[in-house]
Every structure is written in structure tokens, then in C-alpha cells.
Design a protein around this ligand. Sequence first.
Ligand code: TXA
Ligand code: MG
Length: 339
Amino acid sequence: METLTLQLDPERPQEDAIEWAASIIRGGGLVAFPTETVYGLGADATRESAIQKIFKAKDRPADNPLIVHVSDREMLSLVARNISREAEVLIERFWPGPLTLVLERKAEIARSVSAGLPTVAVRMPKNKVALELIRRSRVPIAAPSANRSGRPSPTSAAHVARDIGGRIDMILDAGRTTIGIESTVLDMTVSPPVILRPGWITREMLAGVLGKVENAASEEELRRSPGTRHRHYSPRARVVLIERASPQFIAGLLARFLESGPVGLISHTVVDIENPDLEKIVLEETAAAYARSIYSRLRELDEKNLSVIVVEGIDERGEGAAVMDRLRRAASEIIEGDG
Ligand code: TXA
Ligand code: MG
């Protein structure tokens, strides 16, 4: 299959391009599109055969359910039922935006979207291309992140093309995504609501509106968000996460890894080693800077066939919790450090 890529203006997406993409969605095809978090791989959420194509293109396990994207409040009523007062308040406050709500599923949504669960995850993305595409398609769009299953989520059209080019009909390219990590997933079918996946909308922000919100802690809760069980967000190289460490500690670790081959480093601490076998990337020590570039930097380093990629962690407060969650999932080894 040939994958067509269309360049779009993120602020004023060209109508004819959107209409073309929408006609592919309505015809049961696959279109990758940007959201404010990461690129998604979209298909008509009401059409079982189209949803099957998503799982196939991504090599995604069938037990990992998809997020349904809507463009307005009315479309939500096609997707979910018995929407609580609390959910309404969150929708009012955070949509469009990077908050996914798990609600009771309506029968119109294809079964495999929910991987057999009685619930459905839904959000309204804050991105003009995404919203226009959904609106013109006139159907809710199921869209997981547009990466090959297990790989870091795509934050540019080039990442999508690299992972699943040739397996999908179209990519809408509107540049890099702004947030860079996936939405918060909040289960609203339990009381108090439970965060199944941390994201840019933090626990503190949700608690400010709802009062009590819990983090998924138990195995039982994680079983309800099957995606969190699978190994995730990983480049091919071995990723070693250092939680907190002094420059000396990091330098010592790097020296040791460099004995067995080329090494990559993503850190906020500037480490004073010059070695042709060391690829260094320095990021600002903020959750925003890390979120925005962590996936693309991991992909970039992974192209260089390194034996190890060392990543230095950040403060876990606020939005840092989501960044650290993704780093821990990408890591094959976590080192506490001396910090
Ligand atoms: O920011 C995002 O959320 C991106 C963009 C494209 O919207 N999408 C995304 O989708 O990250 P995906 O498929 O990569 O992750 C969906 C997550 C998985 O952890 C999945 O298990 C969970 O949402 N999920 C989906 N439906 C669920 C449900 N009914 N109950 C519990 N968890 C659900
Ligand atoms: Mg994903």
C-alpha cells in the first residue's frame, strides 16, 4: 500500500486536504493525524473492519483498547452513556485537552475498540487538524498513538512514516506535536476516579476539581487499563534510567558503559566527558522540555545503534510524574543514583 502524506498548516488546515482525509475515514481507511499530545492512527470508531486494520498496522495486541476522539459534546453522546455530573465538570474544565475519560460504552462503538470491556476511553483533542478531521468525518475516530506497538509514540509525521509507512492510507503532517507525551487516562466508572495513566493533566489538577482522585496502584486496577501492562515506549537499545545523581556519579556510570560500546546520554546535568563514542543530548530540567522531546530524542539516538542509552530523570512533582512514568516504562534498568 502506498501511504500519502499531506502537509497542513497547523493553524489553518487546508479544507480540501481535510475533506480528502475525512473521506478515507468514512470509507473505512486509516489516517494518521496530529493531536496536541502525539500523532494518532485514526479510523471510524463505529466500524469493526476499520478498527481491525488499526490493530494490524500497529501489530497491536488485541487486548489493548483504543481511545475514541470526538470533536464536540454532541458526538460524545454517540460514544458513551450515563455520563456523571463529575465527568461533565471535567469535560467543561479540560476539553479540548489531554484528558481521556473512561466511561460506560455505547453499543454503536465497535467492540474491539474497547477490547471486550464494557467501558470506552474518550477525549477531545486540542488540535485544529484533529478537530476538523473528526468534524468532517462525522463519526467518532478511534486512534491509538501512531507508532509500531512497543515503540516510542510519534511526535512528528516522519516518526509515523518510519514505523507504519506503507501500512496506512494517509498521514496528515502538521509539524511537531506540542506536549509530546500521551494524555492522562482517568477511570470515571469507579468512585473515587482512578488515574490509569498519568499525563499532562496532573492528579493535583484533577483533585482541585473533583476532590478525591486516586492513582492506579493495584494489579486489579492496572488490569482495567490493559495497555499499561505491555512493555512500552521503548527504543531498540537498552535504556538505563538514573533517577537522581551527581555529575560525578553519572560520569562514572558512563565510563563503565563506554568500555563495552557507544553510549547515548539524555540529561539535564552537563557531564564533563569528551569521548567520540558518547552522544550527548542536554535538555532543560523541566517537565515541559522533557515531555516535548523525550520520544524524538530516544528515536534519534536509537538510529545510531548504541549499546546503551542513559537517561537522567527529573523531579516527579506535578507534570514530572507523567514524564517519569514514561521513562520508567522505556527503561530496561533503573538506577537510583546518589542524588
Ligand atoms: O494522547 C493520547 O492519548 C494519544 C493521542 C493519539 O490521543 N493516544 C494514545 O492512545 O496514547 P494509546 O492507544 O497509545 O493509549 C491508550 C491507553 C492505553 O493505555 C489503554 O489501555 C487505555 O488508554 N484505554 C483505552 N481504553 C480503555 C478502557 N476502556 N479502559 C481502560 N483503559 C483504556
Ligand atoms: Mg500508545
